[in-house]
Design a protein around this ligand. Structure first.
Ligand code: G6P
Ligand code: ZN
Length: 542
């Protein structure tokens, strides 16, 4: 029996960089999640009998929204829902399950690296049949629908037991609770040389992986400890918790400090890594050697052919605009194209679908390939381990070798979080208006070559995405990018991306803050950061 529930629109249900993200208290209002999910289904109009995947990172409120989504799906004509046991599916695993079982799409419930709990964040993202986040055409239509919605559909039925693998009928629909790990772990075995990694472990390769009490725990335990033979305890914080143990499940120097302390301490293992709330980000640290995500993309691309899944070579590399140009030099050396996209994994989907790119990456700790349509934290960890195992080299030695060959892009991102929206908007519009006056101007030793607002023309579908960040490019290859985050849930976050290129033969072994000091000063002189925000320092440096 389908029940029609009358409703009225909520303002602000506009999906951002990665779906709709709000506080749990906002999502918990009557009709709020229901309106959004119904709007998704009204836009994508599933064929009768279509398959829908539902999974999340296990954060607080996950189970509530899964039960709501199952009922609404049943009332909207879906034939089958696949949901991970315990409501768990990492974002890359959800992408894989959508692709593997021919689903028409999926609901990924996560607020990624944001904290979880009754007073923290929640999110709903819709992914399409290719396994990737819905493109802007669809998210814009969903937003438009949320502004006109007057009813949502449901069925009256008891909650589905999410903790028992098996099938349950919900109206005419079947809900299958599946093992969230097995399909994903099997996929990883097809891409990487597990035998070589197992041998390296037997020969003494050591590692530590911090799952940050988030979704990757069960995946990492199965793959690293059970299938690859790393000793028990290699995975720390391996049990997913609804509040991530009270921490931010964000793998950076601030929130993964314990891991950094281990890796820079006297008993550091050979390899350290972490992932975020929903398992799509990665952090890579060697013994006393942090690898920036931009460098990681370049180093992985340069060595990917050592993994069976990439032995035939790469078709192309794609990176988001604020990501450093380190990968560009690898693409050039390999003689393959390099694509520069706006921030947001969804922009890689078309390139991957069209077979134009094989590996993609972002400065925001995301790396991935055409094996799924999301970035993939454990995939990056396994590709690193595969390369280290085959080359029998340390992370630090590999990094030094890479820079000696290609030069080094010193890189940092300064974030100014929870700014009043008006202050952040004023900074950006003033800067935007001044861009045309900047070329030729000197800031300390730096002279501006080009200043513009980044606009992307998708080479596959011909769509244009404008206003994707303000770029100030200096003579010699240094660069500052200014952008407002599209994933925050409180005020505005200003991101300032700083990059300085040092060619091969140059100063390759210096500390990043020293190498960026001129750029940091220039950023304030150009954009008036202190004047607009009243902040003398960024909230976080990554
Ligand atoms: C999410 C997206 C990424 C994006 C990141 C930062 O993780 O999946 O593609 O790079 O957010 O976005 P933001 O708009 O906050 O800089
Ligand atoms: Zn994430």
């Amino acid at each position: 029996m389908i029940v029609t529930v009358p409703t009225t629109p909520f303002a602000g249900q506009k999906p951002g960089t990665s779906g709709l993200r709000k506080k749990v208290k906002v999502f918990a209002q009557a009709n709020y999640a229901e309106n959004f999910i119904q709007s998704v289904f009204d836009v994508v109009r599933p064929e009768p009998g279509a398959i829908l995947v539902i999974g999340g990172d296990g954060r607080y409120h996950n189970r509530t929204v899964i039960q709501q989504a199952i009922r609404i799906a049943a009332a909207n004509g879906y034939g089958r829902v696949l949901v991970g046991k315990g409501g768990i599916l990492s974002t890359p695993a959800a992408s894989h399950v959508i692709r593997k079982y021919g689903a028409s799409g999926g609901l990924v419930l996560s607020a990624s690296h944001n904290p979880g709990g009754p007073d923290e964040d929640f999110g709903i993202k819709y992914n399409i049949a290719n396994g990737g986040p819905a493109p802007e055409g669809i998210t814009d239509a969903i937003y438009a629908r949320t502004q006109g919605i007057d009813r949502w559909l449901t069925v009256e039925t008891p909650d589905v037991d999410l903790d028992a693998i098996g099938e349950t009928a919900v109206g005419t629909m079947t809900v299958a609770v599946i093992d969230p790990v097995a399909d994903y772990a099997d996929l990883m075995e097809t891409l990487f040389d597990f035998a070589a990694i197992r041998q390296a472990v037997a020969d003494g390769l050591t590692a530590t992986f911090d799952a940050m009490s988030a979704v990757t725990g069960p995946y990492a335990i199965e793959i690293l400890e059970k299938r690859l033979g790393f000793p028990a305890g290699t995975v720390r914080n391996g049990i997913p918790l609804e509040d991530f143990g009270g921490h931010h499940p964000d793998p950076n120097m601030v929130h993964a400090k314990e891991l950094f302390d281990t890796m820079f301490g006297p008993d550091a293992p050979d390899f350290g890594a972490a992932s975020d709330g929903d398992g799509d980000r990665n952090l890579i640290v060697g013994k006393a050697r942090f690898v920036t995500p931009s460098d990681s993309l370049a180093m992985l691309a340069a060595n990917a052919h050592l993994a069976p899944g990439y032995a035939a070579g790469l078709k192309g590399i794609a990176r988001s605009m604020p990501t450093s140009a380190a990968a560009d030099r690898v693409a050039q050396a390999l003689g393959i194209p390099l694509y520069e996209t706006p921030t947001g994994w969804k922009f890689f989907g078309n390139l991957l679908d069209a077979g134009m790119a094989t590996i993609c990456g972002e400065e925001s700790a995301g790396t991935g390939s055409d094996h799924v349509r999301e970035k993939d934290g454990l995939w990056a960890v396994l590709l690193w381990l595969n390369i280290l195992a085959v080359r029998k080299i340390s992370v630090d030695a590999l990094a030094r070798e890479h820079w000696a060959l290609y030069g080094r892009n010193y890189y940092a991102r300064h974030d100014y979080e929870a700014l009043p929206t008006e202050a952040a908007d004023a900074l950006m519009s003033e800067l935007s208006a001044s861009l045309s006056t900047l070329p030729g101007k000197a800031f300390g030793p730096l002279t501006v070559a080009v200043a513009d607002s980044f606009s992307y023309l998708d080479p596959v579908d011909g769509s244009t995405s404008a206003n994707q960040g303000l770029r100030v490019l200096f003579e010699g290859g240094s660069r500052i990018v200014f952008r407002l985050s599209g994933t925050g849930t409180e005020g505005a976050t200003l991101r300032v991306y700083l990059e300085r290129f040092e060619p091969a033969g140059g100063e390759l072994d210096r500390e990043t803050p020293d190498m960026l000091s001129d750029l940091i000063a220039a950023a304030d002189a150009i954009a008036g950061i202190v004047r607009h925000t009243g902040r003398n320092e960024p909230s976080v440096i990554t």
